[in-house]
Design a protein around this ligand. Structure first.
Ligand code: NDP
Length: 268
């Protein structure tokens, strides 16, 4: 498609499906060599049919796995210019139902993961004197769905990590930003939609929460990640960029007072 990342190597964690896969393919489209790190559940990592896309096993929660992964990437590809911390999980439970194991698991994948990845990738970025880290946070880092206390805490943590990395690594020529997706169609929240028996009703109502009248696609997150990974955003660091169809910009009204607006969205 283009050559905005020509000659660069990019890591995408959790890139085997969902938003991560779309990011990996988009970066490869722009001539980056992309290495997807994902769990692969003890199975061998698949061989990619997409040019410039490689898969390697990685568990972002485990320091030994992260170290081995980063060493293997450097050995095979020689450099790391872009790190996309995308791997993430969600748990829907009220605070009293949450176990310590639930809490620790979410923290380990969503927050310790990006920390460990940055810790092991940054020395290489320092060596080459440049680099860009793009975290996948969430609009739930500053607004919250019910039963998401732990998830929201991890995403707010990712936003804080972004600020810290941007400040600490700026002098090394390394940028760090976060993309905050709104409602994006993937397996992660499909389970949420399926909690209700009338799936199409849920989808219609979800669309109506967005001033743009629809939910988002993984590709739309990938396009923003591409911009942050490329030189086109060279003076942007420490930012949280919502990609959510303006959902978080609209103040909720009682639905009875919002009918005219909703009717307009239905027509769109
Ligand atoms: P998916 O569940 O579709 O994909 C998540 C990927 O992460 C999977 O490939 C999964 O592997 C991998 N993964 C999970 N744990 C680990 C781990 N320990 N080490 C390495 N990889 C791991 O999620 P999405 O694509 O929807 O979400 C991607 C990111 O976007 C997450 O950080 C999520 O919080 C964020 N996000 C998503 C939103 C949405 O609406 N979808 C909204 C806001 C933020 P496996 O297949 O083995 O489980």
């Amino acid at each position: 498609m283009g050559n905005r990342l020509s000659g660069k190597s990019a890591i995408v964690t959790g890139g085997n499906r969902g938003i991560g896969r779309a990011i990996a393919e988009r970066l490869a489209d722009e001539e980056a060599t992309v290495i997807v790190g994902d769990l692969f559940d003890e199975r061998p990592a698949p061989v990619s049919s997409v040019e410039r896309l490689a898969f390697m096993p990685l568990d972002v929660t485990k320091e030994a796995s992260v170290r081995t992964f980063v060493d293997a990437v450097l050995q095979k590809f020689g450099r790391i210019d872009v790190l996309v911390n995308n791997a993430g999980i969600v748990i829907h439970k009220s605070i009293d139902e949450q176990t310590i194991e639930d809490w620790d698991r979410l923290m380990a994948v969503n927050l310790r993961g990006p920390f460990l990845m940055a810790k092991y990738v940054v020395p290489e970025m320092r060596r080459i004197g440049s680099g860009t880290i793009v975290n996948i946070g969430s609009v739930e880092g500053y607004m919250v769905n019910p039963w998401h206390t732990a998830y929201a805490a991890t995403k707010a943590g990712v936003h804080g990590l972004t600020l810290g990395l941007a400040v600490d690594l700026g002098p090394d020529g390394v940028r760090c930003n976060t993309v905050c997706p709104g409602w994006i169609e993937t397996d992660l929240n499909r389970a949420y939609v399926e909690l209700h028996p009338d799936r199409s009703l849920v989808e219609r109502e979800l669309a109506q929460l967005h001033p743009l009248g629809r939910i988002g696609s993984p590709k739309e997150i990938a396009n923003t990640v591409l911009w942050l990974a490329s030189d086109e955003s060279n003076f942007v660091s420490g930012e949280m960029i919502a990609v959510d169809g303006a959902r978080t910009k609209k103040i909720s009204l009682p639905s009875i007072l919002d009918e005219e607006y909703r009717a307009k969205l239905k027509k769109a």
